[in-house]
Design a protein around this ligand. Structure first.
Ligand SMILES: *Cc1c(COP(=O)(O)O)cnc(C)c1O
Length: 389
C-alpha cells in the first residue's frame, strides 16, 4: 500500500503535476504573506475585496455572539437558523426568483442539485469546460452524460436531438457556466437559451465567477443579457466575489422544495455556520449599495488598465470579459517555471495544470481585484510582457 502510494506520487512529480499546499499567513488581499515573503496576489477569486470587508466581518461577529459558532445539526433537523432563512430570502429577491436554497459550498450545490433532479435514463448535457463539481454531479446522478465542445451550439443541438429521439420521456438538463472559471470568457447564453427552449430542456447556469462582477448590482451574466427569466436553475457561489463561503441555487418554489427533499449534499450535511450565512447576507446587501457599485467600477477600471498594458492577449476573438485572464503556455513544466519566475519577482500567479485544464493547455491564471492599485497591475504587466517575449 505505502509503496503503491509512493509510486503514484512519484509519477505525479515526474509529470510536473504534483500539487502541494502553501501556507498563507495573512488575510486574503492583494499582498500575501507566503513562507515569510510578501507577494503581490493575482490569484484570488475575491474580486471585490469583500473577504476582508468590515461590514461582512461585523455581520459574522454579531452572528457568533447571537447564535454561536456551529449550527448543531443538518438543515432538516434543527440546523435551520434565522440567518439561513434571511439569506435565502435575500438571495431570491436579489436574483428575482421565487425561492433560493443555500448549501455549504458551491461544490455541494452542484453535486446535490444535479443529483436531485436527474436520474438513470435522464440526460445531462454539459459544456466541455464546465467545472469539476458540475461534471461530478452529472456523473454521480447516473443519468446519460453528453459533452459538447466549448460553446459549440451545433453539437449542443445534436445532443438535444439525440436525447429527444432516444429518451423522449426523460428530463433533459443543459449545464453551463456563465463566466468560465479557467478561461474567463462567456457562455453564448442567448443562443443556448433559444436552443434549450426549442427542445423543452432545462438550463442550469453556474454564475460562480459572474455574480458580484457582471450585471446590474452584480446579479450575473443572465441578468446582464436579459435571459435570467429563462434559466430554470440559477446556481452560484458565495465564496468568490461575495467573499464568504457556500453555494446557492435560485429558482422556482417547486425546484427548491424538491432540492430540500432530494439533494443529498444538503440533507446529509450540517447546516453552514450561522456567521457564514450572516456574512453572506451582508455581502448581498453590499452589492446593492453605492459602495458595491463603486467597487465594481474600480474593478472594471483595473481590468481596462490591464488590457491596455497587455494588448497582445486580446487579439482576434479574444476579449477581456471578466476578472479572469488566462495566459496559455502549453506544457505543465512551462507553466510551473513561469509561475516560479514570477514568484521570485514578487508576484503570486498560479500555474493551472491538468486535470483542471486540458493536458496541453497549462496556463497562468491571472485574476484582478478591485483592491489592486494601477501601479501593482503595471508592475505585473511588465513581468508578463518579459515572459511572453
Ligand atoms: C469555485 C467553483 C465552484 C465551487 O464553489 P465552492 O464554493 O468553491 O465550492 C463551482 N463552480 C464553479 C464554476 C466554480 O468556479
Amino acid at each position: 500500500m505505502a509503496q503503491s502510494i509512493d509510486s503514484e506520487l512519484a509519477e505525479l512529480r515526474a509529470n510536473a503535476l504534483l500539487r502541494q499546499l502553501r501556507e498563507v499567513d495573512s488575510p486574503q488581499q492583494p499582498t500575501l504573506e507566503l513562507a515569510g515573503r510578501k507577494l503581490l496576489n493575482f490569484s484570488s477569486n475575491d474580486y471585490l475585496g469583500l473577504a476582508t470587508e468590515p461590514v461582512l466581518r461585523n455581520a459574522a461577529k454579531q452572528a457568533i455572539d447571537e447564535y454561536g459558532v456551529g449550527a448543531g445539526a443538518s438543515r432538516l433537523i434543527c440546523g435551520t437558523l434565522s440567518p439561513h432563512m434571511r439569506l435565502e430570502e435575500r438571495l431570491a429577491d436579489f436574483k428575482r426568483t421565487e425561492a433560493a436554497l443555500v448549501f455549504s459550498s458551491g461544490y455541494a450545490t452542484a453535486v446535490g442539485t444535479i443529483g436531485a433532479l436527474m436520474h438513470k435514463d435522464d440526460v445531462v448535457i454539459l459544456d466541455k469546460l464546465c467545472h469539476a463539481s458540475l461534471i461530478d454531479g452529472a456523473r454521480m446522478s447516473g443519468a446519460h452524460v453528453r459533452v459538447y465542445p466549448h460553446n459549440h451550439l451545433g453539437k449542443l443541438e445534436s445532443h438535444l436531438q439525440w436525447a429527444h429521439e432516444n429518451y423522449p420521456e426523460a428530463r433533459v438538463l443543459v449545464v453551463t457556466e456563465s463566466v468560465f472559471s479557467m478561461d474567463g470568457d462567456w457562455a453564448v447564453l442567448p443562443e443556448i437559451v433559444d436552443i434549450k427552449r426549442r427542445y423543452g430542456a432545462m438550463l442550469m447556469l453556474d454564475e460562480a465567477h459572474a455574480v458580484g462582477v457582471i450585471g446590474l448590482n452584480g446579479r450575473g451574466l443572465a441578468d446582464q443579457l436579459g435571459v435570467a427569466g429563462e434559466v430554470e436553475i440559477q446556481m452560484g457561489t458565495l465564496s468568490k466575489a461575495l467573499g464568504v463561503s457556500g453555494g446557492y441555487v435560485c429558482g422556482s418554489r417547486r425546484l427548491i422544495d424538491l432540492l430540500i427533499n432530494r439533494a443529498r449534499s444538503f440533507i446529509f450535511s450540517t447546516a453552514p455556520p450561522p456567521a457564514m450565512a450572516a456574512a453572506a447576507l451582508a455581502a448581498v446587501e453590499f452589492m446593492l449599495t453605492p459602495a458595491g457599485e463603486n467597487r465594481r467600477q474600480v474593478l472594471r477600471r483595473n481590468l481596462a488598465h490591464f488590457a491596455s498594458e497587455m494588448p497582445m492577449l486580446f487579439t482576434g476573438d479574444k476579449k477581456l470579459q471578466s476578472a479572469i485572464i488566462p495566459i496559455i503556455l502549453g506544457s505543465s513544466e512551462k507553466a510551473i517555471e513561469s509561475s516560479q519566475m514570477l514568484a521570485e519577482k514578487g508576484f503570486f500567479v498560479p500555474a493551472i495544470r491538468y486535470p483542471t485544464v486540458a493536458r496541453d493547455a497549462a496556463r497562468l491564471r491571472v485574476t484582478i481585484s478591485a483592491k489592486h492599485t494601477p501601479k501593482q497591475i503595471s508592475a505585473l504587466c511588465e513581468q508578463l510582457r518579459g515572459l511572453l517575449k
